[in-house]
Design a protein around this ligand. Structure first.
Ligand code: NDP
Length: 329
């Protein structure tokens, strides 16, 4: 009889490893399947570490929600996010990675082998663990936002800004990311509206100055987003509410959400060092966490670059760090 607990405990952040008879032992376990996870898998498989990967809730990661990727080296004509992830998956499988559908729901990293619970009902015991669970962009939660995701609504200006060359766009958020995305977009598009809910921006002084000194960037303080409007072609405008409660409409083709990211580190953070937001802290220049044998790569440990290519690079490092760790045992 399998003795596993219910998944109720997933809600409260105190996720516990289940007592389960269904335990499997693996040498190298990779959690997460974005560019970091797949690259770690390619390197680990080629190093004969027999990696087992659990893909997580969103197989392929954040890139599967974008359309065209034009800045990943090696694709001179661009590639769609889902196609690129499929290519990476095939490459990882070609060298023998065992890729499985499943979500890591709890962990016990207090000693080796590390225990990771999958889907609340199966334990995997791992000699080494690579965490590549990524980060999830926060969205406003509007129905219209969901409807136009990938068709004008984006959470990454570096990824999608180019498609709005010469057009008008809006960015929502008042932090450094919003300021950075808005000024980046201003260099590409015709006009940027920056929608800030308060009467000031939380971004650093230097970034606020840059925003204010960008001629084709207009900050709409004390405005909130009511609805994103569009048609078959995608986004055509945004309805806002100003401080007086009046409705304001702006004609735009791109709506960029920059209200922060949430790193997917919840199930590991009782054991690892994280920053205030939850990004896993690794040794400088390495993927080593504070637990020997546990490595973190990609957006779950990188709040700054957040690019597919930088995530892939850190996935490579994580596999090499793992190989050295296992080799030294
Ligand atoms: P932040 O949490 O700093 O800012 C989020 C912004 O989004 C805030 O202005 C917040 O408004 C706004 N916001 C949140 N929810 C909503 C909502 N529902 N509707 C409207 N607005 C909303 O996130 P960032 O991603 O900007 O930055 C994260 C960290 O990374 C920060 O420490 C930042 O300094 C750092 N960073 C540094 C960079 C650099 O140094 N170049 C570049 C990018 C990020 P409010 O202020 O009202 O709460």
């Amino acid at each position: 009889m399998a003795l596993f607990k219910s998944m109720d405990n997933l809600e409260d952040g105190k996720k516990q490893v289940v007592n389960s008879e269904a335990t499997e032992k693996v040498k190298c376990l990779i959690i997460g399947s974005g560019p970091a996870g797949y690259t770690a898998a390619i390197y680990a498989a080629r190093a004969n570490l027999s990696p087992v990967m659990y893909e997580g809730m969103e197989p392929g990661g954040q890139l599967t929600t974008t359309t065209e990727v034009e800045n990943f080296p090696g694709y001179p004509d661009g590639v769609t996010g889902p196609e690129m992830m499929e290519d990476l998956k095939k490459q990882a499988e070609r060298f023998g990675t065992d890729i499985r559908f499943g979500l890591a729901t709890a962990s016990d990293l207090s000693k080796r082998p590390f225990k990771v619970t999958i889907d609340g009902n199966k334990n995997v015991e791992a000699e080494s663990l690579i965490i590549a669970t990524g980060a999830t962009a926060k969205y406003l939660g509007l129905e219209s936002e969901e409807k136009f995701k990938g068709q004008g609504v984006s959470a990454c200006a570096t990824c999608d800004g180019f498609f709005y060359k010469g057009k008008d766009v809006a960015v929502v958020g008042g932090g450094d990311t919003a300021a950075e995305e808005a000024t980046y977009l201003a260099g590409i598009v015709n006009k940027v509206y920056l929608i800030v809910r308060k009467d000031y921006m939380r971004a650093s002084k230097v970034m606020v100055e840059r925003v204010m000194n960008t001629p084709n960037l207009e900050v709409l303080f004390e405005h909130t987003t009511k609805e994103i409007v569009g048609d078959m072609s995608g986004v055509t405008g945004v309805l806002l509410t100003n401080a007086k409660g009046e409705e304001v409409k702006k004609d735009i083709h791109g709506f960029f959400v920059a209200i922060g990211h949430k790193p997917n580190s919840d199930i590991f953070k009782d054991y690892l060092e994280t920053d205030d937001v939850g990004y896993i802290i690794t040794d400088p220049g390495s993927t080593k966490t504070k637990v020997d044998g546990v490595f973190a790569c990609g957006d779950v440990m990188d709040s700054h670059y957040r690019q597919a290519v930088t995530a892939a690079g850190s996935g490579c490092k994580a596999a090499m760090d793992t190989e050295r760790f296992l080799g030294a045992l």
